[in-house]
Design a protein around this ligand. Structure first.
Ligand SMILES: C[S@@+](CC[C@H](N)C(=O)[O-])C[C@H]1O[C@@H](n2cnc3c(N)ncnc32)[C@H](O)[C@@H]1O
Length: 213
C-alpha cells in the first residue's frame, strides 16, 4: 500500500474506513490509558477521524500524521480552527491550540519533531498496512514515542476471503510486534462492522498495551 494507493482512495472518496462519529471502543476504554488532563495522544495514520475531535473535547492534546493533506485540512475546518502551517522537512505541520497534525509520510516523522506523547491510539493504522510493512510500522512507532501506553483496535478474519486493506492481524502477530515491551490485554471484542463486515465474518478487538515495568 504505497502513497499513490491511499491518495487515489482519498481522491475518489473511497474512504469506507472513515466513521461518522467517535469510535465506540475508544470512548469506552480511553480511561485505561490513565492520562492526565492535557496529556498528548498520538494518532498514527489518522485520516480525518472524529476521534481527534472527541479526544480534544475530553481535554487531551492530539498529535497525528496522515498522508492526505486535504484530510488534515478538513479536520481543522470541521473544528473551526485556523492552523499555523510550517514545513518540517517533507512534512506539512498544522497546529492550532492543543492540536498538531502532520500531512505526509509517517516514516518521515522523527521523535525529535513529534516531541513527547503520553499515549498512542491506533485505529485502522496497523491493519491498514500489508504484512511486509507492519514490522517497520511498529518499530518506527516505538522509535517515535518510546514505550507509552497504547490502545490498539485490530481486525481478524480469514484473509483468503477478502483482500486488504484492512488486513487481518492475528493476536499472535500483535504479540510479535509488541510483547517485548508491553503487557497486552484484550479489553473488548465484537463482530466486524462497516463495509468489511458485509463481506466477511470476523472479530474487531481493542487491546490495551501497557508498558512492562
Ligand atoms: C484505514 S485509514 C484509517 C484512518 C483513521 N485512523 C481512521 O480511523 O479513520 C488509513 C490511513 O492511513 C493513511 N496512510 C497510509 N499510509 C500512510 C503513511 N505512510 N503515512 C501517513 N499516513 C498514511 C491513509 O491515507 C489513510 O487515511
Amino acid at each position: 500500500m504505497d502513497a499513490e494507493f491511499w491518495q487515489a482512495r482519498w481522491a475518489s472518496n473511497q474512504i469506507g474506513f472513515h466513521e461518522g462519529a467517535p469510535n465506540s471502543y475508544l470512548t469506552a476504554h480511553v480511561a485505561q490509558l490513565g492520562l492526565e488532563p492535557g496529556a498528548a495522544v498520538f494518532l498514527p495514520l489518522c485520516g480525518k477521524t472524529h476521534d481527534i475531535d472527541w479526544l480534544l473535547s475530553q481535554g487531551f492534546a492530539v498529535r497525528g500524521i496522515e498522508l492526505n493533506q486535504g484530510a488534515v485540512e478538513e479536520v481543522f475546518a470541521r473544528l473551526g480552527l485556523t492552523p499555523h502551517l510550517s514545513m518540517k522537512g517533507d512534512l506539512r505541520c498544522y497546529e492550532a491550540g492543543s492540536l498538531r497534525l502532520y500531512a505526509g509520510d509517517f516514516f518521515a516523522l522523527t521523535g525529535a519533531e513529534l516531541g513527547p506523547v503520553a499515549a498512542i491510539y491506533d485505529r485502522a493504522a496497523l491493519v491498514a498496512l500489508p504484512p511486509q510493512m507492519r514490522q517497520a510500522y511498529s518499530a518506527h512507532l516505538g522509535q517515535l514515542t518510546g514505550t507509552v501506553p497504547q490502545l490498539l483496535v485490530s481486525l481478524n478474519y480469514d484473509q483468503s476471503r477478502a483482500d486488504g486493506p484492512p488486513f487481518a492481524v492475528s493476536p499472535e502477530e500483535i504479540a510479535q510486534h509488541y510483547s517485548p515491551q508491553y503487557e497486552i490485554t484484550s479489553l473488548e471484542k465484537g463482530a466486524i462492522g462497516g463495509p468489511l463486515g458485509k463481506r466477511v465474518e470476523g472479530v474487531e478487538e481493542i487491546w490495551h498495551l501497557s508498558p512492562k515495568g
